[in-house]
Design a protein around this ligand. Sequence first.
Ligand SMILES: Nc1ncnc2c1ncn2[C@@H]1O[C@H](COP(=O)(O)OP(=O)(O)O)[C@@H](O)[C@H]1O
Ligand SMILES: [Mg+2]
Length: 284
Amino acid sequence: MAREMTDVRLDVGGAAQERPASAAAAFRPPEPIAIEVENLSLWYGKKRALTNVSLAIPRNRVTALIGPSGCGKSTLLRCLNRMNDLIPGVRIEGTVRYHGVDIYGKDVDPVEVRRRIGMVFQKPNPFPKSIYDNVAFGARVNGYRGNLDELVERCLRRAALWDEVKDDLRKSGLALSGGQQQRLCIARALANDPDVILMDEPCSALDPIATLKIEDLMRELAEQYTIVIVTHNMQQAARVSDYTAFLLTDEETPGQLIEYAPTQELFTRPKDRRTEDYIRGRFG
Ligand SMILES: Nc1ncnc2c1ncn2[C@@H]1O[C@H](COP(=O)(O)OP(=O)(O)O)[C@@H](O)[C@H]1O
Ligand SMILES: [Mg+2]
């Protein structure tokens, strides 16, 4: 069993002393913070993808990462649960603290990090198994001792899918519609009992009605979980998120956080000219 992350001592690297490049990016939500990103930089081999990103992600809120394609949204999201560890040649500098613990610290088990900080991907990716087995999968792997039927029902209810599938739990997850598959993936993530759920463009493969269902679900889930969503759809960010972070990339500073603010504010009174140009649709 992994060591409790809360027992691991804080480890703040020297890079954390630098200040963010942009004043607007220094915004800090007033709520308790779930994940604190400090001066994070990332390279894929020699190619830099993030430059000194600092971002405090509040608990029980929906935080959206927006910006044009290739600006580093997915890269940043994957840093939050060490998913980039799985990509060869990745190097990071800076810190990501989850409830005060450096998740890249020596004593931290990345598998435990990914259990607490779950991920839902762009393309729904149910296992080629029954609906029931998709949700029960992680619990079985981890030797769950409780009642599996109850767990499956609870997670499917929370993912707003139960009523649609309760009579077909033995049906293949792959037989569901795209929107249902995505909610099944959310139910599967919930079954690991996470605290944070990362979603990378979770609606981009879905039709508008399925998209609205997932957006409603995100709002509901935020009562119990911390949600971070990557979206290139600004209307979506405006509809579902409490806070929005805008990233940009250019030759000199790949993957830079330009502005971070309450969503309402960022979309109505952006502080940075580049944010304004982007949300008015002048590029990207
Ligand atoms: N696995 C990878 N290997 C090398 N470069 C990558 C990899 N993933 C992303 N990149 C590069 O990093 C930059 C940021 O990509 P990404 O985080 O996917 O942006 P976004 O999600 O905002 O579209 C891009 O230049 C992209 O080509
Ligand atoms: Mg992406």
